[in-house]
Structures are given as structure tokens and as C-alpha cells.
Design a protein around this ligand. Structure first.
Ligand code: ARG
Length: 260
């Protein structure tokens, strides 16, 4: 009888192992077996932010969780600086980078991207009735612009005037968008150029600020991969397509962004 029980046990184990292997995650070579490591910068509401108890939430976090589940993997969020989050995926320290990342020509040289899942708009935050900056045209003058380090806001603004920027001398890069906004509140910069959704969140938290009507740039957000990691990229694109088709993706977005 004992023998029979252990045979049944052994059989069950073999069967359940086989079941694991048949999930997509079994075929995917990830940084850590069974896990999907996502590098991000969790200071970018509503896409990624920290919860009061030290966890993570936001559109990117929940979408990545749903993708990981479809792939039979467990999501692990690795929080770091925005530039580090991009480097981590390029150097194989994370499997995906998801951080409201804009697809740009320069980034495409060093990493691959999924299909785009959202639109981002670079906007300008000013103090209400800001004397220095009242419209996008005022950025040309002596204005000092606050941005988050390594973001497209910084890259565009610090570019040369011939390329549509204002020159490095006119731009300060902060570690997070929140710090750039704090500098605006304290009068250290005249405006902040940042993505529209975090801009809305920061303005809501800081009375006396407003977003100018003009759009500075319209961009596509996508998930980043190491160059040539097509197996994972294809798996993520299919998972994302399913999440869009069955309404999960939109449900997550609606939880964090209320339509105006
Ligand atoms: N969309 C901008 C970029 O790709 C800013 C993204 C910043 N994201 C973040 N999680 N801090 O450069």
C-alpha cells in the first residue's frame, strides 16, 4: 500500500511538472527562472508609483502583472532611476523595462520595443499666472526649465536651438519628476516639461500650478527589451493583444485615469 501511495505521488509530481513546462513561461529564458523582472522608476504616477506600504502600483505595474500571468511567470518589480531602468534591460539585468518609456530613434539603436500601448504628451507645468512662462513661446527666452534626468523632456529641451531645443544651459535635470516640480514650487525653475499624466498628478498635489494648453511633443509608450530578445518580445506582444481584446487592459487604464 505504501508503495502504491508513493507511486501515485511520484506520478502526480511528474504530471504537474509537465503541466508547468507546457506554459509559455517554461520556454522563456528570463533573468530568474519563473520570474519576469521589470525595471522601472516608480515615481511616475499613474504609470508606476510606490504604495504606502512599500509595494508598487500603477498602470504599467498592473499591466505587467497581467502579462506575466499570461506567460506563466511571476512579476518582480525592480525600482531604480529612470536611466538605470533603461540600462538594466539593455544589459540583461531585467527582462522588460516598463516606465512610461517613449519610443525614440536613439533608444531604438540600443534596445527593442513592444507594440505601443499608450500615448504620452510632453506638457509644460508653470506657476499659475507665471510671469516667466505663459506660453510655449516664452521658453525661447531666458526661462530655466526643470525636467527629469534622461527623459525625453530633458533630451528635447536641452538640445540645441537649431534642433528645436533651448540648450543645456536652460535645462536642469532632476532625479524625479516630483523633484523638478518641487523646484518649480520653490522658484528654482520657471517651468517643468514632463509627460501629461504625471503632470496632472503633480499639479493636483501642488496648489498654485497649472498645465499650459500647448503640447510640446506627442509620443508613443512601449515596453523595452534587450536588443534581439524577439522570443520574449513576441510573447509579450501576444499577451498584450489578448489583454486588449478581453478588456483587461482598458479596465486597468480606467482604474488610474478618469476620462475627462
Ligand atoms: N516618457 C518619458 C521618456 O520616455 C518619461 C518617462 C519617465 N518615466 C518614469 N517612470 N520616470 O523619456
Amino acid at each position: 500500500m505504501k508503495k502504491f501511495v508513493s507511486l501515485v505521488l511520484a506520478l502526480t509530481m511528474v504530471l504537474s511538472l509537465a503541466a508547468c513546462g507546457s506554459k509559455a513561461g517554461g520556454d522563456l529564458n528570463t533573468v530568474e527562472a519563473g520570474k519576469l523582472h521589470m525595471s522601472t522608476n516608480a515615481a511616475f504616477p499613474p504609470y508606476e508609483m510606490m504604495t504606502d506600504d512599500g509595494g508598487f502600483e500603477g498602470i504599467d505595474v498592473e499591466v505587467a502583472e497581467a502579462i506575466a500571468k499570461k506567460l506563466g511567470l511571476e512579476l518582480v518589480v525592480d525600482d531604480m532611476g529612470f536611466d538605470a531602468a533603461l540600462t538594466a534591460v539593455q544589459t540583461g539585468q531585467s527582462d522588460i523595462a516598463m516606465a512610461g518609456i517613449t519610443v525614440t530613434e536613439d533608444r531604438l539603436e540600443v534596445m527593442d520595443f513592444s507594440d505601443s500601448y499608450a500615448t504620452g504628451i510632453q506638457v509644460i507645468i508653470v506657476k499659475k499666472d507665471s510671469p516667466a512662462v505663459q506660453s510655449i513661446d516664452d521658453l525661447d527666452s531666458a526661462a530655466l526649465i526643470g525636467t527629469q534626468k534622461a527623459t525625453t523632456g530633458y533630451i528635447y529641451c536641452s538640445d540645441t536651438p537649431e534642433n528645436g531645443g533651448y540648450g543645456e544651459d536652460h535645462v536642469i535635470a532632476f532625479d524625479t519628476g516630483a523633484l523638478a516640480v518641487m523646484a518649480l514650487v520653490n522658484g528654482q525653475v520657471d517651468c517643468v516639461v514632463i509627460d501629461n499624466e504625471p503632470a496632472k498628478a503633480f499639479v493636483a498635489e501642488n496648489p498654485g500650478l497649472e498645465i499650459l494648453d500647448t503640447e510640446f511633443a506627442v509620443e508613443d509608450y512601449a515596453i523595452g527589451f534587450a536588443k534581439g530578445n524577439d522570443t520574449l518580445k513576441d510573447a509579450v506582444n501576444s499577451a498584450m493583444a489578448e489583454l486588449k481584446a478581453d478588456g483587461t487592459f482598458q479596465r486597468i487604464v480606467d482604474k488610474y485615469i478618469t476620462a475627462e
